[in-house]
Design a protein around this ligand. Sequence first.
Ligand SMILES: Cc1cc2nc3c(=O)[nH]c(=O)nc-3n(C[C@H](O)[C@H](O)[C@H](O)COP(=O)(O)OP(=O)(O)OC[C@H]3O[C@@H](n4cnc5c(N)ncnc54)[C@H](O)[C@@H]3O)c2cc1C
Length: 387
Amino acid sequence: MRVAVIGAGTAGPAAALYLVRQGHHVDIFERVQDPRPVGAGILLQPTGQRALAELGLLNGVVGRAARIDGLYGQNLRGRRVIELAYKDLDPRLCGYGVHRGSVFSALFGALSPAGVHVHPGVEVSHVDADGHVTIGGARHRYDLVIVADGARSHLRPPWSRVRPYPWGALWYVTEDAAMASSNQLSQVYKDTRKFIGFLPSGERVGHPGVRTTSVFWSIRADAVDAWRAAGTSAWVDDMRRLKPDLPVDGVEEAVFAPYFSVRTRPACQGRVAWLGDSAHAMSPQLGQGANLALWDAWLLAEGLREGGADGVPGALAAFSRSRRAHVDFYQFFSWLLTPFFQSSLPLLAPVRDLVAGPFHAWGWYRRQMAETLCGVKTGVFSRIELP
Ligand SMILES: Cc1cc2nc3c(=O)[nH]c(=O)nc-3n(C[C@H](O)[C@H](O)[C@H](O)COP(=O)(O)OP(=O)(O)OC[C@H]3O[C@@H](n4cnc5c(N)ncnc54)[C@H](O)[C@@H]3O)c2cc1C
């Protein structure tokens, strides 16, 4: 088949690699002329690890990553609010803190050697359900079109629902050695309006031997201009109220990341499928976005393994149905949890702290939370078995 993939972030290159291995002709279009490894640290969950292992890329990514055994969140009084451990599900499991750029480099670097035709600096302006892709006014026909153009997609179908969250995160990368070796994602909350998080993220591409931590600071999207105007020293003072020994190297390069909630259901039409954030961006509260994107790519390719071009619309419809429970679970819980951690509703904080802390003594709860963290939940009582 002739396959067009739009977007070379996370989902796009993964899908291109799975499909080229099946013998298809794959073109990948990326609007950025010179795509580079950019972005904050992300948590590579067992689902994402499995999808990368299938492509033979996991070891390279893990070689630059920081092992993460769990998540620990406390309020300003030092009281435990969240404690999640991968070992509560299986002692062999862990997460990896890794720069989004490391995952990107591994995927993007594998494209040309695998035979994918890479077209950087090409923006796709339109896709049609019959497989036509419009570039610079010219239409090109494909048997399959995969749209993986991210949370700010311009190529979504009209039934997509897109809602920006009022809150997002500022992030920067520090090279503090002690913090980088903590093996846990840690967070400190002051009610629901202030929140700082630390994710050991391993090495950046091009900086071997320098271990890093990504620092996240919760902020309302409409407060970003005031934050810029105030300068970094006021911000550092604010952050140090939550984390007195905060390392601040890198603070001058802080970047704002907005959050979006996107729901595209069905995530296909005719010969076109939407993958990753273009189909289901969500708040990063559960650390699943890149993992869901990788899982999408893998399952889509598996669904297309049998049958040729004629079977594409049916295979895409089956793919979209098969993704529903997994995506819905994470979308619902991200939406439910976000106001307890990032919102202008401080009264939710005592509820959160009273309820969540004591639940950790309950083994069933800890296991459910570990399953949620691992990215395998498809419902309250159902889950994916990792192959
Ligand atoms: C603060 C923050 C923290 C996060 N933490 C985590 C975490 O811990 N774990 C996790 O798994 N996820 C996390 N995420 C989410 C994760 O980064 C994304 O879910 C993931 O990268 C989505 O991949 P994607 O391929 O769908 O889109 P993207 O990576 O956004 O890629 C889209 C690509 O498409 C290109 N493009 C766009 N339009 C066009 C066009 N018309 N033509 C051609 N190319 C186009 C873009 O240039 C881009 O390269 C976090 C996100 C944020 C904001």
